[in-house]
Design a protein around this ligand. Structure first.
Ligand SMILES: Cc1cc2nc3c(=O)[nH]c(=O)nc-3n(C[C@H](O)[C@H](O)[C@H](O)COP(=O)(O)OP(=O)(O)OC[C@H]3O[C@@H](n4cnc5c(N)ncnc54)[C@H](O)[C@@H]3O)c2cc1C
Length: 247
């Protein structure tokens, strides 16, 4: 599928809205120029212009686009760590302009709908998959998609309710959530517990036809899940990854 946009296009975009989407995770909505075309799963580079503060890491970060192409804003979603970049993003007034460059990257849903897609996400690694899943539901894509979403607690899981409810809009989609620190949670949880492992995959993928696996998130998580898939005998040709370097 073509992105329809030259990689590396530059434009200024105003911040229109901020939403808390989990404890410590926020979605930032920026205006989207008509010329900005991207494929779900791609990322952008964002530059803060004249930020109130800066630090050694500078004023630019890469973010997967967490919104879908049919939406009228570009949304990026991030963990609100205590860095200069994120303090500015969290507090700058609405209508502040940032520079956006992109889209970049080739993490995108495969074309062959006869093959299932197995998406493995930990925490903020959900962002490219959120875009892919919204798009698949909207366009009624025939792919069977299994999302394994691992978090410490339900409170930490970005878009948790929405990702569960999406099953009602897409009969080809299955949500499998797992929590690794329920002892620290104040809510209840009916889903899986513990890290994503081979047993969990086998349990839920009995009907998955010739899957292609996708992993996105902080490098440590991506490497651990990649190693788990390799140990389970999955061919590397069937594994696609996106590492959020910087975490
Ligand atoms: C293709 C791609 C897509 C990405 N998509 C996303 C996305 O959708 N959402 C997203 O949030 N990020 C995404 N990232 C990562 C993003 O670009 C930032 O690197 C990341 O959010 C960290 O930025 P920061 O300002 O919190 O930390 P930085 O200031 O960049 O941190 C610099 C260093 O300090 C360490 N550090 C800083 N704060 C802490 C802390 N509180 N605890 C422990 N260590 C700390 C970091 O480990 C890092 O080594 C993506 C990266 C890539 C390459």
């Amino acid at each position: 599928m073509s992105t329809g946009a030259a990689e590396g296009a530059n434009f200024l975009a105003k911040l229109k809205r901020r939403d808390l989407v989990a404890d410590g995770s926020m979605a930032f909505h920026f205006e989207k120029p008509a010329s900005f075309v991207f494929t779900p799963g791609q990322f952008i580079n964002m530059d803060l212009l004249s930020p109130a503060e800066t630090d050694a890491e500078g004023d630019m970060r890469a973010f997967s686009v967490s919104s879908a192409p049919y939406e009228d804003t570009i949304v990026v979603t991030t963990r609100l760590r205590d860095t200069a970049f994120k303090r500015v993003l969290k507090t700058m007034p609405l209508e502040t302009e940032v520079k956006i460059e992109g889209p970049f990257g080739d993490l995108r849903l495969h074309n062959d709908a006869k093959r299932a897609a197995v998406l493995l996400a930990g925490g903020i690694g959900i962002t490219p998959f959120h875009s892919i899943l919204l798009d698949a539901a909207k366009r009624k894509l025939p792919h069977h998609i299994f999302l394994f979403f691992s978090n410490n607690r339900p409170e930490d899981a970005p878009f948790l309710d929405e990702l569960q409810l999406l099953e009602k809009r897409n009969a080809n989609y299955k949500f499998i959530g797992t929590m690794t620190k329920m002892e620290e949670s104040k809510t209840s949880w009916q889903g899986e517990r513990g890290f994503i492992n081979k047993e969990m995959l086998d349990k839920h993928l009995k009907n998955a036809s010739s899957p292609i696996y996708y992993i996105a998130g902080p490098p440590g998580m991506v490497k651990a899940l990649h190693a788990m898939l390799q140990a389970a005998g999955i061919d590397d040709d069937d594994i696609r990854t996106e590492e959020f370097t910087g975490y």
